[in-house]
Design a protein around this ligand. Structure first.
Ligand code: SF4
Length: 492
């Protein structure tokens, strides 16, 4: 599919939406002839002073929509709706999240609720303005309420701490994170842990100076339990020494893979006060695990889970991915049953995210997979709920099959706070380590500022002085926004 855009101020949303329908998309440049040769499919999205138009030529059939001109700020959304309708008329399956392309759809529901719109008004707006499917509207409303109750527990001037451990035993074939194989990084790990302890200490000093309260700690990656018990303990000690932990709502460590879980590491977590652990099978089908490059079996997951339970953590999460290679709807449903039989407190169901398709055959395959993956996601929604876990947070990723979502489910009272705080951008997240992104949230208003760390462990180690300098921005940000807050009061 070739996408031609004319007269649009940005065109980014149109490109994103087009990719959701047509993963193999070529953007027309100035020299791309129009119309293209007859065998090509094409899409023309045009804004002109006399009106808007979308023309879709697919498989030899041409469809179009036209509308009068609209104000500039409404233009791209109006064209997105027209594109959506043309794509569906041409035989594409409607996208459940309508024309929304962002990763945080629930934030829109929070915004509408804050403006005083009730459920019916929100539903009408999302249906008409963004073309959302009714099932997604009800799901989003339910999740918004659950998130709101959790956001209400976030104290004024609070923050969370994220610690990045970007190492794994081996890389899984579907992985989209920056994670390094531990064997290749062996030399770097000792210095990495040491520098990370130093960075945690820096954040501790900043938090003290600014009078901020730490509410959640999250060790993610990668697989943090790739580190040994001694390395983990030194990081835990750095956290304990640097922050007041008396207001913590939750302390999470991702122990994603069973081949990194042993008694010693778990005891290190337990004695540091870790309350929440993630044991992530992704699938309980041994053939699928082998196909994606995981060198462990479903039985290893079960053993690791029992060990975690025997040591006793308040909450244990398990992740599954719908749509892994070789996974059918039936085998996914068996995976889910094996996971539920273990009795986890949280289950997170992800829809597979793919590297971009580059051939028509891949597009076709994606299209066929989309229906299957949607069936897996739908099955999980019903079955996990029947097991007593309710949806409590949701996000989307770019390039997810069928533009589906990732949803976290939890037993009542076992919801993961960090997941909600990061998705809703509820408060500041200080993020330490390679690939980590600190997100500063103004005490008032919606201002967000990001500070990026270097992506790879070697760059992170080589550029610590630059990272320290970047942290100056934290204090500047709080000074600016606290001043704004005072101005705001005196203005009133
Ligand atoms: S365990 Fe997770 S982070 Fe590590 S390679 Fe696999 S998917 Fe990526």
């Amino acid at each position: 599919m070739i996408l031609y855009r004319e007269g649009l101020s940005s065109g980014y949303e149109i490109e994103m939406l087009s990719r959701m329908f047509f993963p193999v998309l070529t953007l027309a440049g100035e020299r791309t002839p129009f119309p293209p040769p007859p065998q090509e499919d094409w899409l023309l999205v045009r804004a002109a002073p006399d009106g808007l138009s979308v023309v879709l030529s697919r498989g030899g059939t041409t469809l179009s929509e036209r509308s009068p001109a609209v104000p500039m700020e409404e233009q791209e959304l109006a064209l997105a709706r027209m594109l959506f309708r043309c794509a569906v008329k041409s035989g594409c399956v409607p996208l459940r999240w309508g024309v929304l392309t962002g990763v945080r759809p629930i934030k829109l529901f929070h915004r509408m609720a804050a403006q005083g719109l009730d459920d019916a008004q929100q539903a009408a707006l999302m249906r008409e303005r963004y073309l959302l499917d009714d099932a997604m509207i009800s799901l989003a409303q339910e999740i918004r309420r659950s998130e709101q109750a959790m956001n209400d527990r976030s104290l004024p001037n609070s923050f969370s701490l994220y610690v990045s451990i970007p190492f794994c035993p081996q890389r899984c074939s579907y992985c989209s994170f920056v994670s390094q194989e531990v064997e290749r990084m062996r030399e770097l790990i000792g210095p990495y842990v040491e520098q990370l302890c130093g960075e945690i200490g820096e954040f501790g000093g900043i938090a003290r100076d600014l009078g901020l309260t730490l509410q959640t700690v999250y060790f993610g990656g990668g697989t943090p339990t790739t580190l040994n018990a001694r390395q983990l303990s030194s990081l835990f000690r750095a956290v304990e020494k640097s922050f007041d932990l008396s207001h913590l709502l939750e302390y999470t460590v991702e122990a994603g893979r069973p081949d990194t879980i042993d008694r010693e590491r778990l005891l290190a977590c337990k004695s540091a006060g870790v309350t929440r652990l993630s044991v992530n099978p992704q699938s309980m089908n041994d053939e699928v695990l082998a196909a994606v490059g995981r060198r462990h079996t479903a039985a290893d997951i079960e053993r690791a889970f029992e060990l975690v339970r025997s040591i006793g953590f308040e909450s244990v999460n398990m992740d599954l991915i719908a749509g892994l290679p070789g996974e059918s709807v039936e085998s996914f449903s068996c995976s889910l049953e094996r996971v539920l039989a273990l009795g986890p407190d949280n289950v997170t169901v992800h829809a597979l995210t793919l590297k971009r398709a580059s051939t028509l055959a891949q597009e076709q395959e994606l299209y066929e997979r989309r229906e299957q993956v949607a069936a897996m996601v739908d099955h999980a929604r019903k079955r996990v709920r029947a097991a007593g876990l309710a949806p409590y947070y949701l996000y989307r990723q770019k390039n997810t099959i069928g533009s589906l979502d990732n949803t976290g489910y939890a037993l009542s009272g076992k919801e993961g706070f960090y997941n909600v705080f990061i998705m809703d951008e509820t408060h500041t997240i200080f993020a330490a380590g390679a690939g980590a992104v600190t997100k500063l949230r103004a005490p008032r208003g919606d201002t967000i500022e990001r500070i990026y760390n270097y992506k790879f462990p070697s760059e992170y180690l080589a550029n610590y002085a630059a990272l320290k300098e970047r942290k100056e921005r934290v204090k500047r940000f709080y000074e600016t926004h606290q001043q704004t807050e005072k101005l705001h009061y005196s203005d009133v």
